[in-house]
Design a protein around this ligand. Structure first.
Ligand SMILES: [Mg+2]
Length: 294
């Protein structure tokens, strides 16, 4: 197990901070899981009433993490259904949600998700909000990035939309033809809009594909947020530093910290290495490629 270094955001080296949305800014995983459970349980009940067979409900703590978490909506639907021995026709994006196709199942899940978001809101992670407030107080610009088409609505429902200068979401990615993570295109689009080179930007991510995108794009600092038990994997995929929550992040530079913000880096703390050489980057990318090829 690698020893963790205190994470320091040095504002002499970083001009902007890019935040992944789901899992970093907003606590959306539980809303996604609940939406999948509504979708799959209704589907399984209807199918069993018609044809018999498996009626075990979708398990949030098992099925969600194993088959759905971090995957696209369609991949998640295919994966879970395959685990129950069910194969549905693919259908297409215009399918009526009542149909029994992969696309229709995905649309049902999306409808449940948005119902939840609109009806109950989504909680932002309070230490993320505190960090963003302090960064902005010190003049640092911020971006929110997500592969989700619902990103804007989720940020608005969380009450944090105004805390970002730039948002690059799934709608923009589709419009611009940007590939998803682990390709760094979404993050690169954010720095392009903010007018800074990637080396002057920090990326904050909770997904393995996300930290890999940060590393591959040559961003100045990649902060991994470990919401589960995957700190070592986040390091392996390209995080420079991993925290269990953003209250651990210290800010240095552009005036001192306020009473409510994260404290400034203290004397004696070890500063994390900012990216100045390409050799470490290349070695990590090579290692990831090797892992993925087996
Ligand atoms: Mg995420």
């Amino acid at each position: 197990m690698r020893e963790r270094q205190p994470p320091v955001l040095d504002l002499a080296r970083v001009d902007v901070v890019i935040f992944d949305t789901d899992g970093v800014v907003t606590d959306t995983a539980r809303v996604h899981a609940a939406a999948w459970k509504c979708t799959f349980d209704a589907f399984l009940r209807a199918r069993a009433a018609r044809e018999g067979g498996d009626t075990r409900p979708f398990e949030v703590h098992d099925d969600y993490l194993r088959y759905v978490d971090g995957r696209s909506r369609l991949d998640g639907a295919r994966g879970f259904l395959a685990s129950r021995g069910i194969t549905l026709p693919e259908g297409d994006p215009d399918d009526d949600p009542a149909l029994e196709t992969v696309h229709a199942i995905g649309k049902r899940k999306d409808a449940y998700f948005l119902d939840q978001v609109r009806g109950h809101g989504v909680a932002p992670f309070r230490f993320t909000v505190a960090l963003i407030r302090e960064l902005r107080r010190r003049g640092v610009r911020t971006a929110a990035v997500s592969a989700s088409r619902n990103c804007g609505e989720v940020l608005t429902a969380s009450g944090v939309r105004d805390m970002f200068d730039v948002m690059v979401d799934g709608v923009e990615a589709a419009r611009l033809g940007l590939p998803g993570k682990p390709h760094p295109a979404l993050f690169q689009e954010a720095t392009r809009r903010l007018g800074v080179p990637p080396l002057r930007a920090a990326v904050v991510e909770d997904a393995l594909a996300g930290v890999e995108a940060g590393r591959r794009g040559g961003f100045g600092l990649v902060v991994g947020v470990d919401r589960g038990a995957q700190a070592e994997a986040l390091y392996e995929h390209g995080a420079d530093v991993v925290v269990s929550d953003l209250e651990e992040v210290r800010i240095r530079g552009r005036s001192g910290s306020g009473p409510s913000g994260p404290p400034a880096a203290g004397a004696g703390q070890t500063e994390v290495a900012y990216r100045e050489r390409s050799t470490r980057h290349e070695s990590v990318v090579t290692r990831v490629r090797l892992l993925r090829s087996v």
